[in-house]
Design a protein around this ligand. Structure first.
Ligand code: GN1
Ligand code: MG
Length: 364
């Protein structure tokens, strides 16, 4: 099926004009599609769900539909714009499901592109950084009353740092491509981080932290902003919405947005945690969620920053050792570059931890 045929399988009004493949995202393939209706241009996002990563795409879509419907109701109750603040998935004309399966058995879904919106892969403007914090914090709030356990766990142990370490250690032991010798320093560093990085998971295992509905992929490019006003709008990419810990969302967001460089930049000497960005995001996020946080959640929020940074490094390096089959890579060694970058960031998070604790306290 062509992109056009796929689009036309969804219940969208108007006429197909063209499409453009977008290069962002390490997992799914994404297209920006243009339609026209009554001479007005409309845009949509068409995505092929990566079945290697999401083994049960129906369950992913079921989670997304239930979560977005819930958020939409909340937004309506607040008399705010659902068009701007909530993603909407289109249904298939044939069977009303929120996806279409092509001739090769691949799953596609289609979302409305939020009009006049933009996403940022890197952010310098601190008000945008704060807006990203507000958007993810608000998302957390809207879903406060949603039964987290009713969601499918579409990727088991997604942010279980201990399980991520187990897979890493197995990859080191098996070493199927004899790559271990090229990354011995990185392995050593990551092993030295293990105990601290797994502490958050230990609290979860002991049942000491509440399980919440979490986004689990809180990179800043998963928030849309109004192109003109800079206002934070909907949270996007809900593929990994699952039960989790609030510190996962906070930590993952910080490790991405407050990195002085982008996630795969090889200039590791210059990787650092930018305090001003940390503070701006923290202000936005914590202001939204503080009322509902337990004392232990507050006390472990910054542990989430360290844990998520290390976990990503572990995941990137595991993928490298196993032959780069999970994350999309643009060149050989791309996963090693990513891992080195995250290791450098984790080291800086440790150096700055007292400062981060001081800052976050201001917003509780
Ligand atoms: C993947 O494809 P993208 O960029 O939305 C990954 C995240 C990682 C991220 C790192 C399902 O997300 O967990 O943090 O890459 N998503 C999945 O850039 O594994
Ligand atoms: Mg994503």
């Amino acid at each position: 099926m062509t992109i056009r045929e796929l689009c036309e399988s969804f219940d969208i009004n108007g006429k197909y004009v063209n499409c453009l493949e977008l290069g962002t995202g390490n997992i799914n393939s994404t297209y920006l599609v243009k339609y026209v209706r009554d001479d007005v241009e409309r845009q949509f996002i068409l995505q092929r769900i990566n079945k290697n990563v999401f083994k049960e795409p129906e369950k992913v879509m079921d989670n997304i539909v239930r979560v977005t419907n819930y958020v939409r109701e909340k937004v309506e109750q607040c008399k705010l714009s659902t068009k701007k603040l909530v993603m909407r998935a289109f249904l298939s004309k044939a069977d009303g499901k929120p996806f279409v399966i092509d001739d090769n058995g691949e799953y596609w879904r289609c979302y409305r592109f939020i009009p006049n919106s933009i996403t940022y892969d890197t952010v310098t403007d601190l008000s945008i950084v704060e807006g990203a914090g507000t958007a993810f914090g608000r998302f957390q709030n809207y879903l406060h009353g949603f039964d987290a356990q009713s969601l499918y766990t579409t990727i088991p142990d997604f942010h279980n740092t201990s399980v991520r370490y187990q897979a890493f250690e197995k990859a080191i032991k098996d070493d199927p491509l004899s790559r271990v010798k090229r990354v011995e320093n990185e392995i050593e560093k990551l092993m030295s981080f293990k105990q601290k990085a797994c502490l958050l998971q230990d609290y979860l295992d002991k049942g000491e932290l509440p399980i919440r509905v979490t986004h689990n992929d809180t990179k800043c490019n998963n928030v849309s902003f109004d192109k003109d006003t800079g206002e934070a709008l909907a949270v996007l990419d809900l593929d990994t919405v699952m039960p989790g810990a609030v510190a996962h969302d906070f930590g993952d967001a910080i490790r991405f947005i407050a990195n002085s460089l982008i996630e795969d930049d090889t200039d590791v000497e210059n990787v650092s945690l930018v305090i001003e960005k940390y503070e701006a995001f923290t202000k936005g996020f914590i202001t939204q969620v503080k009322q509902s946080l337990t004392e232990l959640e507050k006390a472990t929020m910054n542990l989430g920053v360290f844990a998520m940074t290390v976990e990503l490094a572990v995941r990137f390096l595991t993928d490298y050792l196993l032959g780069d089959t999970y994350f999309k890579t643009k060149h050989p060694g791309h996963n090693v570059d990513r891992a080195r970058n995250q290791i450098a960031l984790a080291e800086d998070v440790l150096r700055k931890s007292a400062r981060l604790d001081e800052i976050i306290k201001k917003y509780y």
